[in-house]
Write a protein that binds this ligand. Structure first.
Ligand code: ADP
Ligand code: MG
Length: 133
């Protein structure tokens, strides 16, 4: 079984669609191995998104990610990383395929409802960031 880190971002939590997204996760066949409601500090968001520190959107992204409650989860499935990215859809909701979560619930390329790890190694690092031990 492969593991990936998923986040229901603050825009989706604020819209009260945590339940809808969790339902979709379960319908897609993932097992939820860990799950926690968090309200990140800006420094915690900056640490999580450190790979993007040189991007123009980094500061705004970290403000957004620390703007309210979010849900962090470890999802388990065969090919969990790839499968979760398919269910999420493209980063920009306007370009995401019909039926994906970002197409359905994303507001903008920044406020795009959900996060997913992009590779196995990234997943291990991201899972450890929120769920140590
Ligand atoms: P993904 O979340 O699809 O893996 P990235 O890793 O490239 O996408 O970016 C991380 C997050 O940063 C995105 O989910 C989104 O919230 C935000 N982001 C990415 N690109 C932009 C952009 N051009 N402008 C504003 N925010 C962005
Ligand atoms: Mg990414």
């Amino acid at each position: 079984m492969e593991r990936t880190l998923a986040i229901i971002k603050p825009d989706a939590a604020k819209k009260r669609i945590i339940g809808k997204i969790v339902t979709r996760i379960e319908e897609e066949g993932f097992a939820i191995a860990r799950m926690r409601l968090v309200h990140l500090t800006k420094d915690e968001a900056k640490g999580f998104y450190i790979v993007h520190k040189d991007k123009g959107f980094y500061d705004s992204l970290c403000e957004f990610m620390s703007s309210g409650p979010a849900v962090v989860m470890v999802l388990e499935a065969e090919n969990a990383v790839k499968l979760w990215r398919e269910v999420m859809g493209a980063t920009d909701p306007a370009l995401a395929k019909t039926g994906t979560l970002r197409r359905a619930y994303g507001f903008s390329i920044e406020r795009n409802a959900v996060h997913g790890s992009d590779a196995r190694e990234t997943a291990a690092w991201e899972i450890n960031y929120f769920f140590k031990g």
